[in-house]
Design a protein around this ligand. Structure first.
Ligand code: URA
Length: 263
């Protein structure tokens, strides 16, 4: 039985192929792979690019005092100094203040008065010493024939504060706040170029003399940035301690005498 023989022979052949690993029928017709055109090898799949992790950039340390120093040095006149101070973002009290308070009076006046910081009234109006203490200051100046509204440099005064923004609830300025605004104040004095500086109270003494203690400092002439400077009681203190007006009057007379001497 020839057909039976063929069957067993084909089965044995199939077994042999399965043993060789040919376990799947792919095509009914054979393919002569030697006769095929050689094909260019497929380009290897591009290996996934190893992306370097983003560099860890250390937050740049900001030195507010150095930044203030740079900005202040670049200011060549009072308007550009005011603009530089207004653009300075490192003093936190700026956020709570309504107005930037730069100065009042006549730039170039012989006397520059330096106070502490704006209070509530100054914060609303944008000018230094306009509240109760400011009104007393005006009377004190009037007593020695000086006037912040005068256009005459001999009679006029120029007024600024250590800080141009009101501290919350009128608290005393902190040492860091004073330190970062000091380069602006020093530049302010240089640009206003007064003959004499009056330091009203402890805060300007702390800022410009490096020490407070107004009761001992008042009435003692000293020097600030190469200019004669006189510490005096702050008018707000005089409102609380009217008896101290006697010393304040003596200091005002001393100020007037100094201005005569320097002429
Ligand atoms: N006290 C200050 O020292 N400055 C002002 O401008 C107002 C009150």
């Amino acid at each position: 039985m020839e057909s039976g023989d063929t069957f067993w022979r084909d089965l044995a052949l199939l077994d042999w192929q399965v043993e060789l690993g040919a376990d799947e029928a792919i095509s009914e017709t054979p393919i002569d792979r030697y006769a095929l055109e050689p094909q260019a090898p497929k380009p290897a799949a591009a290996a996934p690019q190893k992306t370097a992790p983003p560099p860890v950039v250390a937050a740049a340390e900001v030195d507010p005092v150095a930044e203030a120093q740079l900005a202040a040095t670049e200011a060549s006149d009072l308007p550009s100094l005011a603009a530089a101070m207004q653009a300075f973002e490192h003093c936190e009290i700026k956020k709570g203040a309504r107005k930037f308070v730069f100065s009042d009076g006549l730039p170039g006046a012989r006397v520059m008065i330096i106070g502490e910081a704006p209070g509530r009234d100054e914060d609303q109006i944008g000018r230094p010493f306009v509240g109760q203490a400011g009104q007393l200051l005006d009377k004190m100046l009037d007593a020695i024939e000086m006037d912040r509204a005068s256009e005459d440099p001999a009679k006029a005064v120029y007024i600024a504060n250590v800080l141009p923004w009101r501290p919350p609830a009128n608290r005393t300025p902190e040492k860091e706040e004073i330190a970062m605004m000091l380069p602006f104040l020093a530049r302010h004095i240089a640009l206003a170029a007064p003959d004499v500086i009056v330091l009203m109270g402890n805060t300007p003494c702390q800022a410009l003399l490096g020490r407070a203690g107004i009761t001992r400092l008042r009435g003692q002439w000293t020097e600030v940035l190469g200019r004669p400077a006189l510490p005096m009681f702050h008018p707000a203190y005089l409102l609380r301690q009217p008896l101290a007006k006697r010393e304040a009057w003596a200091d005002l007379l001393d100020l007037r005498a100094k201005l005569k001497d320097l002429q």
